[in-house]
Write a protein that binds this ligand. Structure first.
Ligand code: SF4
Ligand code: FE
Length: 483
């Protein structure tokens, strides 16, 4: 059917029979739910912008399987240029939505599974690569949004999957049948899963020989029997139910995460990409995490652009745009933000082909990228709050701005520089609040810390990839040390 318009995407989600729960109730129509709809709009933007000639070069690519034009979120990277375009696309989408647009996890899973299955087949003579290629073509043809599911609940973090008291703490195979497998477990904080038609499941850590049942990767539709999604709360989420656009800060776009339960879900043989080949679990994790750590050098930078712009407007509306310390703080924010972008571009430019032929980022630089992302958005947010002033968290509501008794007082005392309306001043303050403390803070702050792996995960990779012995040799040579 080829690429979908944004509207066709929304209609396709309406046809899904998802089992979504929120606030203890089943949500029969997630597409039109006021709390969930902004997250769908963010994904819709990945369809709308792919139709826009201005963004065609970033948003689309020629399929490596068919040559047809496909959405870049479903593309298998063919060059370092593809890797860089991916980052540029993510920055642009961050600028357009100021939210998590969710579709990257599928793209990152696509590229990690593509190369890993090739290497598993080479060693074991399995058919996973072929399974995946057929699946990837099917997703491209239908222009699906695909969720990439990695993080297990993990139970006791000091125990391996097979050592857990409750064996379901890591997703596992509970039954092997002639026509497929049955899986049980859960995947935590799944970005965009309720806005996806398909889900690719991967293991979450390297595994040993006793973890065979846990070394599993596969794809199923998100409305497969046995899948239940429980929406994660976001700070200020119920503001979206109040019908006040101003107080929400970003009323059109948002992100969403859910706990996804796999309650004995059947996976047919042709959708299995790993099944017991434990030594490849680590490769799949490392590659997916590497791609997603690269991703943050794009999306968080785009959202950062919006936050920097909002801080500059807040200063302007307050009448202090010319103060030297404000200018300096904005420069610092831009410096930090562009540093993240440098990392995203650098790990892409230094990418290389895998054995399967698709391109992978430089893993060391991608991990450095994400390590910086665990820090810089916090500093950018701190500076934005500094510039905005305490009013970003104490300003009256939109209802009080419009209130018969309160309105005139809000108008009189919330004024800033001459020529700027109180409403516009409040709008920009609410946007900063949304990004630093509200619903978008999930994506811009805490996800910067923990998404694509917590800081320690990157530090382990940095220590593994940095070649410290070689650095010692450099030092010895210069110091003329012979041992
Ligand atoms: Fe994409 Fe960023 Fe959201 Fe991950 S956090 S899915 S990279 S927008
Ligand atoms: Fe993420």
């Amino acid at each position: 059917m080829g690429m979908m318009t944004g509207e066709e995407y929304v209609e396709s989600m309406r046809r899904m029979n998802l089992q979504v729960y929120m606030f203890g109730k089943k949500i029969d129509n997630p597409v039109d739910d006021p709390i969930l709809r902004p997250s769908l709009n963010s994904v819709k933007a990945t369809y709308d912008l792919a139709q826009d000639p201005e963004f065609e070069d970033l948003m689309t690519a020629a399929s490596s399987f068919t040559g047809e034009k496909v959405n870049r979120f479903l593309h298998i990277h063919q060059s370092t240029e593809d890797l860089m375009k991916k980052v540029k696309m993510q920055r642009m989408l961050g600028q357009q939505t100021a939210a998590c647009f969710q579709r990257c996890v599928g793209m990152d899973a696509f590229n990690a599974v593509f190369s890993t299955t090739y290497e598993v087949d080479k060693k074991y003579g399995t058919d996973y690569y072929n399974n995946f290629v057929e699946y990837a073509k099917y997703c491209q043809e239908n222009d699906f949004t695909v969720d990439g599911a990695m993080t297990d609940p993990k139970g006791d973090r000091g125990l391996a999957p097979h050592e857990q008291e409750d064996p379901d703490m890591f997703l596992r195979v509970v039954e092997r049948r002639a026509d497929g497998i049955v899986v049980r477990g859960a995947k935590a904080h799944q970005t965009g899963v309720i806005n996806s038609q398909e889900i690719i499941v991967m293991p979450t850590i390297s595994m040993g020989p006793d973890d065979k049942d846990y070394a599993v990767s596969f794809a199923v539709p998100t409305d497969a029997e046995g899948i239940i999604m429980i929406i994660g709360r976001q700070s200020c989420d119920t503001r979206k139910m109040e019908g006040t656009e101003l107080d929400v800060g970003n009323s059109e776009f948002g992100g969403v995460e859910a706990l996804v339960v796999f309650n004995d879900v059947f996976v047919p043989n042709d959708r299995i990409f790993l099944n017991g080949e434990v030594e490849f679990a680590g490769m799949l994790v490392e590659r997916f995490a590497g791609y997603h750590r690269q991703s943050y050098g794009g999306c968080k930078v785009g959202v950062g652009d919006v936050l920097i712009g909002a801080a500059a407007l807040a200063a302007d509306y307050n009448g202090c745009a010319k103060a030297s310390h404000i200018k300096d703080k904005l420069i610092e924010m831009m410096h930090l933000n562009e540093t993240l972008y440098c990392c995203g571009i650098a790990c892409s430019a230094e990418g290389a082909p895998t054995e399967a032929g698709n391109y992978i980022i430089d893993l060391l630089l991608a991990n450095v990228c994400k390590q910086n992302v665990t820090r810089f958005p916090y500093e950018i947010g701190r500076l934005a709050e500094d510039i905005a002033g305490g009013i970003m968290v104490t300003a009256p509501s939109e209802a009080d701005l419009r209130g018969e008794i309160t309105g005139p007082y809000v108008e009189k005392y919330m004024i800033g520089r001459k020529g700027v309306t109180v409403e516009n001043r409040l709008r920009i303050l609410r946007l900063i609040e949304n990004l630093c403390l509200g619903t978008a803070a999930v994506g811009y702050r805490t996800e910067s810390m923990h998404g694509a792996g917590s800081p320690q995960a990157q530090r382990i990779m940095i220590s593994r990839q940095s070649n410290l012995p070689m650095k010692k040799e450099f030092a010895k040579k210069i110091a003329k040390i012979s041992e």
